[in-house]
Every structure is written in C-alpha cells, then in structure tokens.
Design a protein around this ligand. Structure first.
Ligand code: X6L
Ligand code: MG
Ligand code: MG
Length: 172
C-alpha cells in the first residue's frame, strides 16, 4: 500500500462544488481510498497573480496504484469536471496535483515527485501540514513544518473540515 498526497485547487465557477465533486470522483475509484481530507483555504493567486483567489485543499490517499496511474486519475478527474487549459498558471475550474508518493523521488517527462515547488507554496503547505504535521521533504529531509512557517501569507481558513460525510454530501 502506498500513501500519496494530492493538492486540489479551483478559482473558476462554484469553487467549493468543484472541490467536492473532485473528491467524490477520487473516492469512487475502488483502487484508491481517501484516508484524510483537509480544511479548505482561500488563497491569493501565485505565479500569475492577476486572477481570482483560489480555494485549495489537500487529501491523503492510500492505493496500490503507481504514481503514474494516480496521475492519470487526476487528469481524468479534471477532464470529467470540464477543465479547459487556456494558459500556463491561468485560472482553472479544477486542478489536481500529486504532491508526494510515499517518500519517493521520481522524475519523468510528465510527472515529478515530490512536486518541485511544493515547499514554496503556502496554499499547498498549510493544508498538507494540517493532515500530517510531521512530514519531511523526501529529498532535503527538511520538515515541511519548517518551510510552512514562512509561507502562511495569503492563506486563510475558509471552511473547517468537519467529517467526510459533511464534506461529500453538503450542498453549500
Ligand atoms: C515565481 C515564478 C514565483 C513562478 C512563483 C508559483 C508559478 C506557483 C506557478 C511562481 C509560481 C505556480 C494555484 C495558484 C497556480 C493554486 C493559488 C502554480 C501554478 N495554482 N495560486 N497558482 N492556488 N493560490 O492552486 O502553482 S498556477
Ligand atoms: Mg497546480
Ligand atoms: Mg496541475
């Protein structure tokens, strides 16, 4: 069994609904268990800053699937929810990224794990640390907690996680 952390983000349309739908789709894969769900954070856009603020969250999943297969589930979920890629770093109705896969370090054309810039992004670190405050960066060995302390700017708790059922079934 492998443990992976996925980052989810949305800044177009009904952002909460997009995150909920994405988690539902991932949960419905029988080869993959969603073991933890973070709170939702409203976050200032980074990279391309002239766009709407995001809702971001992180989930922990357990699976015997390879990282490449989990990536294809992420991309398929984006497709199902109607993601249109207009330009790099631009607005998106839903984005699913693999942050970590066990403590592995892998690099292929389409997939780099750990996510190369995850330790610089508060919108990733804050929800990740909520799920697991004791994780270390697989390459540098530095606790994510240490990176996270410098990256909380622009990240605000928006909806506290209060149970899987409330998350998956709530209508608002
Ligand atoms: C210099 C150059 C500094 C590039 C930062 C950072 C680029 C992040 C891309 C960067 C740089 C990204 C989200 C977002 C994006 C998101 C929030 C990206 C890819 N996705 N901002 N910006 N949440 N808050 O999910 O992460 S575009
Ligand atoms: Mg992303
Ligand atoms: Mg992505």
């Amino acid at each position: 069994m492998n443990t992976a952390y996925l980052s989810l983000g949305s800044n177009i349309g009904d952002r909460l609904d997009m995150l909920q739908e994405a988690v539902r789709i991932v949960m419905n894969h029988e080869d993959l268990q969603v073991s933890r769900i973070s709170s939702i954070y409203e976050t200032a856009p980074v990279g391309f800053t002239d766009q709407a603020s995001f809702l971001n969250m992180v989930i922990e999943v357990q699976s015997d699937l390879s990282a490449v297969k989990i990536l294809s589930i992420c991309l398929e979920t984006e497709q199902v929810l109607g993601r249109i890629r207009e330009f790099r770093w631009g607005p998106r109705c839903i984005d699913l990224d693999i942050l970590l896969y066990n403590d592995e370090n892998m690099e292929s054309e389409n997939l780099i794990i750990p996510h190369p810039r995850m330790h610089e992004r508060g919108f990733v670190l804050v929800p990740l640390l909520e799920l697991n405050p004791n994780l270390n960066h697989p390459i540098t060995g530095v606790p994510f907690r240490q990176y996270g302390e410098e990256q909380k700017e622009g990240v605000h708790l928006w909806k506290t996680f209060d149970g899987v059922d409330a998350f998956v079934h709530s209508e608002n």
